[in-house]
Write a protein that binds this ligand. Structure first.
Ligand code: GLU
Length: 434
């Protein structure tokens, strides 16, 4: 069903979300061929379990009522409750949610977590709404989802344009709808909450730190010294910022950045925190930063560099720009940034891609820690979180690395194989009900 466009503010640029589903299915099928996946399990995993679409009214600051459309797609829960983020963006629709939910299934499986995959969000441009409007939109969306989410059933988390604050509103709304005596046992209905409200120390940086760690592990394996290496980042949100900060600490140099407003470059290096502070004082935009020059968006991917970190939206690296890319390593901070055609060109050129389901899995791994912390009534310290995260990321990286070498596969196919094999095993052990 096409979403009903009741929200007047929304100007939809039709996203290539259809391609995202095709893309994830093509990636899945080539790995499924490689492991000779059981045909029945291929059928099950090719389709989503549940798809929820809700339309809900919200009163705006000026008294008008607007109708919003929200989505939650639950792809698979063979390994545990559905898990994955909620994003607020004009490109959110049922196809985008489907593709992103599938990626979550592979991601949680590969990370060895007891979770399945889900994803959702609201189709809106959050920059057009006040903070109090966003709060009411979030609370009403949570209410509309009702028990389609739940701490042991489907656990959302932050994603594009949603934050710890968004999660706090969701948790509070969900918990308020439960009897007083059950409030605290529902706190883990979402992860990525603020530290004071059941959130995990370090969850904020976990995705970006994980991106950095996979780059570091790759460098160690290939005897590459990251000191002095140049890198460029697409998207300077939570993932892009933290990944850049940790790389800078390691001695690498950020030489170009692109965000939703434009692209900037400086071959001598851009200070990560200095750019971040500028962006915060500039309505969230990097454009106009004084220690860099502006560049055309279309030239961004062709910038001379050693490492490219796409940390924005899906479908950014395609057959149209893959040949221009100079980086030898691409670390996918975003979900689905590289399409299948783009990847073929890159692999032919000898570029290494650390795939999204491995590269950005630090976020959901930290989410799992937060969930455990809430469930057990514990409070973990930052050092403990970081150590546990490093251990898990290293295990995943090594698993993929070794499998790709033994089977002579690219990293993405290897990562998919590992993820799918674990789900296949669970189905074979349990059988199909009835
Ligand atoms: N949105 C993040 C992702 O795409 C985190 C999901 C989670 O923590 O559940 O991996």
């Amino acid at each position: 069903m096409e979403p009903i466009l009741a929200n007047k503010k929304l100007k939809i640029k039709k996203p290539n979300a259809r391609n995202m589903v095709e893309n994830v299915l093509e990636q899945f099928n080539s790995a499924a061929d490689s492991i000779k996946l059981h045909p029945s399990i291929r059928k099950i995993l090719s389709i989503t379990n549940n798809e929820i679409i809700v339309h809900f009214p919200v009163k705006m600051d000026n008294g008008d009522v607007e109708i919003f459309t929200g989505y939650r797609v639950q792809h698979n829960n063979a390994l545990g409750p559905y898990k994955g983020g909620l994003r607020y963006h004009p490109t959110v629709d049922i196809d985008a949610a489907r593709a992103l939910a599938m990626w979550m299934t592979w991601k949680t499986s590969l990370a060895g977590l007891p979770y399945g995959g889900g994803k959702g969000g609201i189709q809106l441009d959050p920059s057009l709404y006040s903070q109090s409007e966003l709060e009411r939109i979030t609370r009403r969306f949570t209410y509309a989802l009702g028990d389609n989410i739940g701490p042991e059933y489907d656990i959302p988390a932050p994603d594009v344009n949603t934050s710890a604050q968004t999660m706090a509103w969701i948790a509070d709304t969900y918990m308020s709808a439960k009897p007083q005596t059950q409030r605290s046992m529902n706190q883990h209905v979402v992860t990525g909450k603020p530290v004071g409200s059941g959130g995990l120390e370090g969850r904020d940086r976990a995705t970006g730190y994980g991106v950095f760690l996979t780059i570091k592990f790759w460098a160690e394996k290939n005897k590459v010294n990251l000191k002095g290496k140049t890198f460029i980042v697409q998207g300077f949100g939570n993932v892009g910022y933290w990944a850049a900060l940790f790389l800078e600490k390691e001695g690498a140099k950020l030489t170009a950045v692109q965000d939703a407003f434009g692209s900037i470059k400086n071959a001598n290096g851009i200070g990560v925190d200095s750019l971040f502070n500028y962006m915060q004082s500039n309505k969230g935009s990097i454009v106009g930063y004084n220690d860099a020059t502006e560049m055309d968006n279309k030239d961004f991917f062709g910038t001379q560099c050693d490492i490219l970190i796409p940390a924005a939206l899906g479908n950014q690296i395609t057959e149209k720009n893959a040949a221009d890319i100079k980086a030898v390593l691409i670390a996918e901070g975003a979900n689905g940034p590289t399409n299948v055609e783009g990847e073929k060109i890159l692999l032919k050129k000898g570029v290494t891609i650390i795939p999204d389901i491995l590269c950005n899995s630090g976020g959901v791994i930290a989410s799992y820690f937060e969930w455990l912390q809430n469930r057990n009534g514990e409070l973990w310290q930052l050092e403990e979180v970081i150590l546990k995260l490093e251990k898990k990321m290293k295990e995943s990286f090594m698993k993929v690395y070794d499998y790709s070498k033994t089977k002579k596969l690219d990293f993405r196919t290897a990562a998919y194989c590992m993820a799918i094999l674990r789900i296949e095993k669970a189905y074979i052990q349990r059988g199909i009900f009835p």
